[in-house]
Design a protein around this ligand. Structure first.
Ligand code: G4P
Length: 189
């Protein structure tokens, strides 16, 4: 997606440890027009698939996910990283973050993810794929069907796509980054 790539080149910063800082339009400040374009691209890429629910994980996945849900006219569920006191029964999984070197809980209420759902998972980053595999676990626990997974930015050098595809998951990402070493940002050809 050219518009997204240009924005990454203009405002993104390549940090030590293979981290891409995109705080000015994805992870802190948000650009609604860009998010709308991102969501339209996702909808086009998953055209023809029957989807009745969009799933993401808080926090940064919510912005692209809600735009996709708005365009498709379907509800958006965000999995939570802490169990709220107001939910009794939960579907629960654990996710290890390489980026942050922590394991965290991811939960979703079975009221909002059920065996009749056909789910499109949307998130901001695909890195090692652990968050996405956690979401896949929750979807499997609920009995829902996974239609596919869409990521705004994929860091191709971290192997997340391979882990998802070997589980039979259709993966789409709008900007694929091949290299973030030496402060540069190189896209996959
Ligand atoms: P994985 O889920 O693909 O295995 O990746 P990892 O555990 O390494 O990533 C954990 C968190 O860091 C995720 O956000 C992910 O979106 C984010 N992340 C990974 N690589 C980058 C990067 O290069 N740049 C930025 N900006 N974020 C990255 P999270 O902890 O769930 O945070 P949030 O959604 O609350 O912002």
């Amino acid at each position: 997606m050219e518009l997204l790539k240009q924005r990454i080149l203009k405002e993104g910063r390549s940090l030590d440890g293979g981290i891409l800082k995109v705080d000015s339009f994805i992870n802190h400040q948000l650009d609604p027009k860009l998010m709308q374009a991102i969501a339209l691209e996702f909808v086009q890429r998953f055209q023809g698939e029957e989807v009745n629910k969009v799933l993401t994980i808080e926090a940064s996945g919510i912005a692209p996910a809600i735009m996709v849900g708005y365009i498709l006219g379907v509800p958006v569920v965000f999995a939570k990283k802490k169990k709220p006191n107001t939910i009794d029964k939960v579907l629960h999984t654990k996710v290890y973050s390489f980026t942050k070197n922590v394991t965290y809980d991811v939960i979703v209420s079975p009221d909002f993810l059920t065996s009749s759902d056909r789910v499109l998972f949307i998130d901001d980053f695909l890195a090692n794929g652990n968050a996405a595999l956690g979401a896949f676990d929750l979807i499997n626990q609920s009995g829902a069907s996974l239609v596919g997974m869409g990521f705004v930015i994929e860091k191709s050098f971290q192997g997340g796509r391979e882990k998802l595809e070997c589980n039979g998951i259709k993966v789409e990402s709008l900007a694929q980054i091949a290299d973030l070493s030496d402060c540069k940002i190189a896209f996959k050809e």
